[in-house]
Ligand binder design. Structure first.
Ligand SMILES: [Zn+2]
Length: 472
């Protein structure tokens, strides 16, 4: 469809005249107007339960005033004046949280026989409140650039996309989704090429310290950032080197594996990891060292849960979104999980939760991302599943919301503009039916999502993605 959109744009008139059916197909998702439920210069969201993203307790009966895309007033409904002419939404019985800032998002679906594009992920991210999405590498990087362009130019609704381009590894491969870097010059060339194409957060997928060093130097020289899915380089080492975010948390930090050597990803890393004692002095000391460097960590509990046999369940609401052939494959993946050769023991997931709680308790900055995957873990749904898991991990619900919102904005360096419901910030707001603080599973009851003050109808966005995820 990305291709169809580009051709459709250039040849809209010709296509419309020659082939009405094709024009309708190409036109689907065209423009944001069909998805907008609220569009007024001044909007008042009245009588809401407000969870403002700062971690402070939910406040009952609040009013939020939005003017031209920005939050201009927040306070008790009794004392907050609603400007004359405002579009008033009486939202009694609803909860408002800030727009989510996802830090490990994808616009393709991996883990299938072939990697499929997920142009429709733009609808799902926005439908479930993700207003800012940093992708953590792409196996279909050209398609991702096109998707970002389509969102940025208003051809389709979606989150603000921060992209990273192809994954970076050690080696000499210069094409495809996994690019090899083997010298400082090659790191500069890669960063140069992808910065030109709009990448701002590069993703180091593997490799020894020198690869990470070269990429960090090249990116930082341009004021750009690097996150890593590491194994051969330990978290504490990467933190000392100045990495901007550590993806996935505990599970990928090989330094806890007995006998781990520098620059080598220990074989069977995650199996060994499952028996590491998080409370041990060595692990606690490493947490303190990462915190001392101020290096953020991105939690991706939800995707790992999908690899825990017996625990993970396919969400039927999510499965409906998949294109039929992709759905069949995802269901087969799920059914065959126990014998698939890659599973996560439940006790490892529990240790990941413990590690993240200890990291935050020690003063660490924790954000979150979905990491959609062919095990049935989808954009939007996955970001919200993380909320339930963070609560299960022992975070207060308001603290879990903070991880998903303001902490993400801080990690991106955007917390002056987004991430919380505070005066002066962009009006990125998620309206949820019910009370997800009291009942976490109600977090999925999103009805309207504001991005820059424009209110999108969540149901219409989901409808646009239904049966299409993985089709284009
Ligand atoms: Zn990923």
């Amino acid at each position: 469809m990305m291709k169809a959109i580009r051709y459709g744009w250039a040849l809209a008139l010709v296509v419309a005249l020659a082939a009405p059916a094709a024009a309708q197909g190409a036109g689907e998702g065209f423009g944001v107007a069909p998805y907008v439920a609220v569009n007024a210069p001044v909007v008042a969201l009245t009588h809401v339960r407000l969870v403002d993203g700062t971690g402070s307790p939910a406040r009952a009966d609040q009013t939020v005033i939005v003017r031209r895309g920005f939050i201009v007033a927040v306070g008790p409904s009794a004392s907050t004046r609603v400007p004359r002419g405002a579009r008033v939404l009486n939202l009694e019985g609803h909860t408002v949280i800030p727009g989510l800032v996802g830090l490990h998002e994808h616009t393709y679906l991996g883990g299938l026989r072939r990697t499929v594009p997920m142009g429709a992920s733009a609808y799902l991210y926005l439908a479930f409140g993700v207003t800012t999405a940093m992708t953590a590498g792409s196996q279909l990087p050209d398609q991702e650039v096109a998707l970002k362009h389509d969102i940025d130019t208003g051809r389709m609704p979606g989150p603000r996309l921060l992209i990273g381009g192809p994954y970076i590894r050690a080696g000499t491969v210069r094409t495809g989704p996994f690019r090899g870097v083997d010298s400082p010059g090659e790191a500069r060339r890669f960063v140069e090429e992808w910065a030109e194409r709009g990448a701002t957060w590069f993703k180091v997928m593997s490799g020894p310290r020198d690869v990470l060093r070269w990429v960090l130097d090249a990116a930082h020289a341009r004021g750009l950032h690097v996150s890593g899915h590491l194994c051969a380089v330990s978290f504490t080492k990467a933190a000392e080197m100045g990495i901007d975010a550590l993806q996935h948390g505990f599970i990928t930090n090989s330094e806890y594996v007995p006998g781990a050597q520098p620059d080598v990803c220990p074989p069977g890393n995650q199996v060994a990891q499952a028996d590491v004692d998080v409370a041990s002095p060595a692990v606690q000391a490493s947490i303190r060292r990462i915190v001392a460097r101020g290096t953020p960590v991105v939690s991706t509990l939800g995707v790992y849960e999908t690899f825990v046999p017996g625990r993970a369940r396919l969400d039927p609401r999510a499965m409906e979104m998949l294109a039929p052939d992709v759905r069949r494959e995802v269901e087969a993946n799920h059914a065959g999980l126990a014998t698939s050769g890659y599973t996560v023991p439940e006790r490892l997931l529990t240790r990941m939760m413990r590690w993240e709680r200890d990291f935050v308790a020690a003063g660490g900055l924790l954000g979150a991302g979905a990491d959609p995957w062919g095990t049935g873990f989808l954009p939007g749904f996955g970001d919200l599943r993380n909320y339930e898991l963070l609560v299960e991990a022992g975070f207060r619900p308001e603290q879990a919301i903070q991880v998903l919102t303001l902490n993400g904005a801080r990690i991106l360096g955007e917390d002056g503009r987004i991430g919380s419901v505070e005066v002066g910030k962009r009006a990125d707001l998620v309206v949820i039916r019910g009370d997800p603080i009291a009942t976490p599973s109600q977090i999925y009851e999103v009805i309207t999502v504001f991005r820059d003050g424009m209110g999108y109808d969540s149901a219409r966005l989901r409808e646009a993605a239904r049966g299409k995820v993985g089709a284009y």
